[in-house]
Design a binder for this molecule. Structure first.
Ligand code: AMP
Length: 286
């Protein structure tokens, strides 16, 4: 097990990457906010299969949190994260401080349309994707990797990042990794640690509702009926439902059965907000 080098400044990051590039070796970036679980590590495995060097970034990005959200409570577990990245055999961790990423005079934000205004996450977190896009653009420009890997778990985020990379002409391949789940189906998330024992027992219902609704739509049943039934079950189980929607997998607009599509959910239980999504069979895979 080789220890990953920990880089805290943009200059250190660039120095490292320059060495690798001089040897014509490829680099994959795995951006995270830390509090790593197996889902994050699975993205690193994808990265290792496709590039010579893997760099994890760990940065809890303040601009993607609304003032009412959990920025100060967000779990920070750097030593455990470092051990997991070392066990994977990744090469480096870029862990800048907030003042490295946002110096005092910082004044730029990326403004988005398209998949960022799909009336999904953006309806409930109106400033979130501007913060995500700004930090991801900075990380991609700082590192200029050949590949960057993001999870399908944050499906709208993945669509926003694909769009951003294309629109800003960044010569970087964006890869999506499948959602890793606990044995009972709950999507792994750094926020699952907030769940009480009772809430944790209820939480896997979201994935069951998604897969049952996806099966109903695939079988040709009335989609609106399947969504209404799913929404009712989520609410009756004790969640506050933000949305359960069926969308085109590429545009996040209106879906159709002959194109790749996705069911997406966000719901709150107690203090915790959970999101998840599954593919609906039919059409091309995205
Ligand atoms: P986060 O640290 O939660 O911002 O997530 C960092 C990256 O890990 C994002 O690309 C997420 O989509 C991805 N991710 C989060 N949870 C999972 C999961 N359960 N399976 C796969 N990827 C995930």
């Amino acid at each position: 097990m080789s220890e990953p080098v920990v880089l805290n400044t943009i200059a250190e990051l660039r120095r490292h990457l320059t060495q690798w590039r001089a040897r014509r070796q490829t680099v994959a970036l795995v951006p995270t906010m830390g509090a790593l679980h197996d889902g994050h590590i699975s993205l690193g495995r994808i990265a290792q299969q496709r590039a010579d060097h893997v760099v994890y970034t760990i940065f809890v990005n303040p601009t993607q949190f609304a003032p009412t959200e959990d920025l100060s409570a967000y779990p920070r577990t750097f030593e455990a994260d470092r051990a997991k990245i070392a066990a994977l055999g990744a090469d480096a961790i870029f862990a800048p401080t907030p003042d490295v990423m946002y110096p005092a005079a910082f004044a730029t934000t990326i403004s988005l349309t398209g998949p960022a205004i799909a009336d999904l996450e953006d309806r409930f977190r109106p400033t979130h994707f501007a913060g995500v896009a700004t930090i991801v653009a900075k990380l991609l420009i700082q590192a200029m990797p050949d590949l960057a890997v993001f999870g399908e778990k944050d499906f709208q985020q993945l669509a926003v990042i694909r769009q951003l990379t294309q629109d800003l002409d960044l010569p970087i391949t964006i890869a999506g990794g499948p959602t890793l789940r606990e044995a009972d189906g709950l999507a792994m998330s750094s926020r699952n640690v907030y769940l009480s024992t009772e809430e944790r027992a209820i939480a896997p219902l979201l994935q069951r509702v998604l897969s049952e609704a996806a099966a109903a739509i695939t079988a040709g049943e009335d989609a609106q009926g399947a969504l209404t039934y799913g929404r009712d079950r989520i609410v009756q189980s004790g969640f506050t439902l933000d949305y359960l929607e069926w969308r085109d997998a590429l545009t996040l607009g209106a879906p159709s059965r002959d194109k790749a599509s996705r069911l997406l959910v966000a719901a709150r239980i107690g203090k915790t907000r959970l999101i998840d999504n599954v593919g609906v069979a039919g059409g091309e895979k995205v």
